[in-house]
Design a protein around this ligand. Structure first.
Ligand code: RUQ
Ligand code: CUA
Length: 678
């Protein structure tokens, strides 16, 4: 009997849950060990009995009921998380917190054939190289979903590489990386990527000041020769590529620029960029001198950079730029002359800057200040119009703090980043407190919640040391509310120990109910690099392809591949020292299966998966040559191997695609030179 009964009981209606809660409140946790509690079910157990056996509380059951996705059902939200120093982007279903996909971006990834032989991926990865070094890892920080009118449109995802100042473009039709650009001016970045409300521009703010264009300068010349940067990459939606020619960089003082956000609606056309180390500390250049940690934390105020993007675009178009390694750079003097850049003092070693959904306010968190500071865009505009005589050492005008600030809310220790919901609440991560603070927005948001504006409503402990946080569409013009994910840096005791290196902890929080009722639902260990930021989109907005549009598709250019091979037209073309193999793949064979070449030949394989069935992916792994291709239905992929070592090399399908998958194989035979002419 029990089976059906139990299944229906897994999703009890609210009233049943309540009854359950009452029943369970009276029972304690049985004290036999957890293993036995899990592995000794009785036939026909009810949910209550299971909960009693496992020692689950009513809150546990409520949390389970809120997060559980029954088999076959889809998550309503999808989170795009940076993969930190894994160099990748991780796609996660919310609220189930199931990993759906890891997208190969800056780091080769064998399952996807990313950087393991596929010529297309080599082309993308090597476009991001330094002239002197191949770069094969990245430190992805801030994914940015493309927007139309300030709302996610589900078409593109951008992400930056902090280690090397690179930006990648991911096409959400196939969730693959299509472009990597290396910043020609900066070596490292941080305040990226952030997009303007129509994804015209992808913003990449710098971080640690260096001489522009990867040059050398003595640290003694820090103030004269080191500079900060912010780069505006022009995105060409038609081509699906960043247009480097139409992009430009602004030279900034050698402060350490940090996070950025684009204005929206009323503040559309403006960029806000934090900074720290406005002290221009140069660290412990000799024994006994203060390290950066100390030197960069002296002042009470740093500078929020307020940038007039629209005007900066005009100045760049008018050619008032210098050339640095092919990048147009607006010199700092020009920015000052043209009024492109203003500073607003911000307390104290700030980190996050986040613009409210309507674009009216800019929320700044100072790591060493217990408040969030809220600036009014309107007031900043008025202060700019009024003018100021105050200047930083480089001549940048500094607007008076008092004229720009709207409110300050005391939240707790180590505030970092802020997200928004649909009910006029803001959520700020508190790193040192290990908590999320829910607080109210004032002004036009006042009518959405019962509490007074600009007040702290609730603090929810998280585990532990939270960095970023992501609410559903929480940085758009129309946040959805519902769920929040906290990206905690430390997990300490939350999971079974995996030795000295522990995963991070993503925690799912219910923010659907107003007032003091944020509720912690679920812990998800994140054992893939250290993610920084994430964005959560409503799943319905994504419309990825099931299979590539045509058989013989080139995913890099999203167009038919000239090297596509039709069934019956497979062939081996031999030229002078080079061999081209035109191969097809279908369950469960490669055609041709035998390829004999001469030692020293350069062999290029053009392989087309002629399948049209959803999920009928094949792989092509070649022993001894560091090659694995992933061939999604319809895809044509190419790879080139130089066969220097004679021998017999089986290749095989690396995806378990069919009952005769193990038979899906072939031989590449490399004849030794001595044999030639025999
Ligand atoms: S960061 S934890 Cu965005 Cu790189 Cu703040
Ligand atoms: Cu194709 Cu296994």
């Amino acid at each position: 009997m029990a089976r059906r009964n139990e299944e229906t009981m897994m999703r009890p209606p609210a009233t049943t849950l309540l009854a359950l809660a009452v029943a369970l409140a009276a029972t304690g946790c049985p004290d036999d060990d957890a293993d036995r509690r899990i592995t000794t079910p009785r036939a026909g157990e009810t949910v209550t009995e299971i909960a009693q056996r496992r020692g689950l509380t009513p809150d546990d059951l409520r949390a389970a009921a809120k997060t559980y996705m029954p088999t076959g059902q889809h998550d309503p939200y999808v989170m795009f998380s940076s993969g930190g120093h894994s160099g990748q982007v991780i796609v996660i279903g919310v609220p189930s917190m199931r990993i759906l996909r890891v997208i190969g971006v800056f780091t080769p990834e064998p399952w996807q054939g990313w950087g393991f032989g596929s010529l297309a991926s080599e082309e993308v990865l090597s476009a991001g190289d330094m002239p002197t070094h191949q770069l094969r890892w990245g430190d992805t920080h801030h994914p940015a979903l493309s927007e139309t009118n300030g709302e996610y449109d589900g078409q593109w995802c951008f992400v930056n590489d902090k280690a090397n100042a690179r930006v990648a473009v991911i096409d959400l039709r196939d969730f693959e990386t299509k472009q990597i650009v290396k910043n020609p001016v900066a070596i490292n970045d941080h305040g990226g990527t952030f997009v303007t409300p129509d994804t015209e521009w992808v913003i990449e703010g710098g971080q640690y000041a260096t001489p522009l264009g990867w040059e050398y300068a003595s640290i003694d010349d820090y103030q004269q020769k080191y500079r900060g940067t912010v780069t505006m990459w022009k995105f060409d939606r038609e081509r699906g590529r960043i247009d480097v020619e139409r992009s430009f960089t602004m030279e900034l003082p050698p402060y350490w620029q940090d996070l950025a956000d684009a204005g929206k609606l009323v503040s559309d056309g403006w960029i806000f960029l934090n900074s720290f180390n406005t002290e221009m500390a140069t660290g412990a250049t000799a024994p006994g001198e203060p390290p950066f940690e100390v030197g960069a934390s002296q002042s009470d105020m740093d500078y929020l950079h307020v940038i007039n993007l629209r005007k900066a675009v005009e100045v760049a178009r008018a050619g008032r730029t210098i050339d640095v390694r092919g990048m147009k750079v607006i010199p700092l003097e020009t920015s000052i002359e043209e009024g492109l850049l203003h500073f607003v003092p911000e307390p104290k070693s700030p980190h996050g800057v986040d613009v409210t959904p309507g674009g009216e306010f800019i929320v700044v968190s100072g790591k060493l200040d217990p408040h969030v500071t809220i600036f009014s865009f309107q007031k900043i505009q008025e202060a700019i119009a009024r003018g100021t005589a105050d200047r930083d050492p480089f001549g940048v005008p500094i607007l008076p703090f008092d004229q720009c600030v709207e409110a300050q809310v005391e939240l707790g220790l180590g505030p970092l980043h802020t997200q928004f919901d649909d009910k006029g609440y803001a959520y700020t991560s508190l790193f040192l407190d290990s908590a999320v603070a829910r607080w109210t927005l004032g002004g036009p948001y006042q009518e959405r919640h019962p509490e007074p504006g600009w007040t702290l409503v609730q603090k929810l402990p998280v585990h532990y040391n939270i960095g970023h946080l992501a609410a559903v569409e929480g940085d758009t013009t129309t946040p959805r509310g519902g769920f929040l994910v906290t990206l905690n840096k430390w997990s300490v005791d939350r999971f079974v120990s995996t030795g000295p290196l522990l995963p991070q902890n993503f925690q799912l929080v219910d923010i659907g109910v107003p007032g003091e009722t944020m509720e912690l639902l679920y812990d998800m260990p994140m054992g893939i690099g250290e993610p920084h930021y994430a964005q959560i989109i409503v799943a319905d907005k994504l419309s990825p392809w099931d299979v590539y549009p045509e058989v013989g598709w080139d995913p890099l250019n999203q167009a038919p591949d000239p090297n596509a091979t039709r069934q019956g037209e497979e062939r081996i073309v031999r030229g002078d020292g080079r061999v081209d193999v035109y191969m097809t793949v279908v369950r469960s064979r490669f055609t041709p299966e035998h390829i004999e070449v001469n030692q020293g030949d350069v062999v290029t394989f053009h392989i087309t998966n002629v399948e049209r069935a959803k999920d009928a992916t094949h792989g092509w792994g070649l022993g001894g040559h560091n090659v694995n291709l992933s061939l999604e239905p319809g895809e044509t992929a190419s790879c080139t191997v130089e066969v220097t070592q004679p021998g017999v090399y089986p290749f095989y399908c690396t995806e378990f695609c069919s009952a005769l998958h193990l038979e899906m194989t072939g031989y590449l035979r490399v004849r030794p030179v001595e044999e030639l002419g025999k």
